[in-house]
Design a protein around this ligand. Structure first.
Ligand SMILES: C[S@@+](CC[C@H](N)C(=O)[O-])C[C@H]1O[C@@H](n2cnc3c(N)ncnc32)[C@H](O)[C@@H]1O
Length: 278
């Protein structure tokens, strides 16, 4: 490792301050590896020079690129499967029954990465609720990293991404091969609106939603940030709404506002009746 600890500590502090992501001192190797790639892309001779460039200020664009390089964007179509079964069999039918057609059901894929989660829901709706009029369900996807939001919007996926979780029948029905990639049909892409948004330092209120999927992102935060984000999500969630977290994530520290319920083979979290209307 050739980069100075002081420079690497600057990155750890920057990523924590901007994104809430905790990188322990044992993650020096990760910072070095990710920023080596960035240095090559941006034609910097070394990682130290990238960090020096970021520290000397300017537009802040380089700081943002550093933060984005340190995010982990791992995702798949229909990840963990059970939450999608719960959406199909229970949650969406319950909300359709509870909301008049004048009130669209709003689904927010928070920390959506390259969009597989949001598009999985769009395909699920198309497959299992074929009669739904346009606009009856709205899907939003947000992520801190502008680069992954741009990829999500494009709806283009590499073979490796297609191989992860996408049933063959849906590939055939909704994707067209384009060179080394696959492009998702415009009719599915148009069901999702993507934009950048930071869960830790939002510049505008979170989108109001009936269903929030906030999966596999809280694991990167410390306890304080996790609780603050969950409390903010609670205020954006409908009183009878549903929150889905990743398998390793819980609402343990915010049990005063969320209770967990089992639906099929999954657990989801709902605003506590006592906290509703707060
Ligand atoms: C491991 S991926 C999870 C993707 C998807 N939710 C899933 O479960 O498959 C984590 C995502 O969280 C995003 N992220 C990290 N910190 C964030 C923050 N403060 N605000 C919004 N998104 C963030 C990253 O950019 C990354 O795309």
């Amino acid at each position: 490792m050739s980069t100075s600890p002081a420079a690497l500590d600057y990155v750890r502090e920057l990523v924590y301050r901007r994104a809430g992501i905790v990188l322990g001192a044992d993650k020096y190797y990760l910072i070095e590896a990710r920023l080596s790639t960035l240095a090559r892309e941006l034609n910097f001779p070394t990682v130290e020079e990238v960090i020096k460039g970021a520290r000397s200020g300017g537009s802040g664009a380089l700081n943002q690129k550093i933060v984005e390089a340190l995010t982990t964007n791992e995702t798949t179509f229909f990840r963990d499967l059970h939450p999608f079964d719960a959406l199909r069999d229970h949650v969406i039918p319950a909300l359709l029954a509870a909301r008049s057609p004048a009130h669209p059901i709003r689904i927010w894929s928070a920390a959506c990465s390259t969009g597989q989660e949001a598009y999985s829901i769009a395909m699920l709706l198309r497959e299992h609720f074929p009669g739904l009029p346009n606009g009856r369900v709205k899907i939003f996807g947000t992520d801190l990293a502008e680069s992954v939001v741009a990829r999500a919007r494009a709806g283009r996926f590499r073979q490796l991404e297609i191989n992860r979780g996408l049933p063959a029948a849906l590939l055939v029905k909704y994707f067209v091969r384009d060179g080394a990639e696959w492009t998702l049909d415009a009719s599915i892409r148009s069901m999702v609106e993507f934009k950048p948004s930071n869960l830790v330092a939002p510049t505008e209120p979170f989108p109001h939603a009936d269903i929030v999927l906030l999966r596999n992102v809280l694991i990167y935060f410390d306890e304080e940030t996790r609780s603050a984000v969950l409390r903010r999500v609670r205020t954006a969630l409908a009183p009878d709404g549903y929150l889905f977290l990743g398998c390793a994530e819980t609402t343990t520290r915010v049990q005063d506002v969320f209770e967990h319920v089992h639906i099929g083979n999954t657990t989801c979290h709902r605003p506590r009746p006592s906290a509703r209307g707060q």
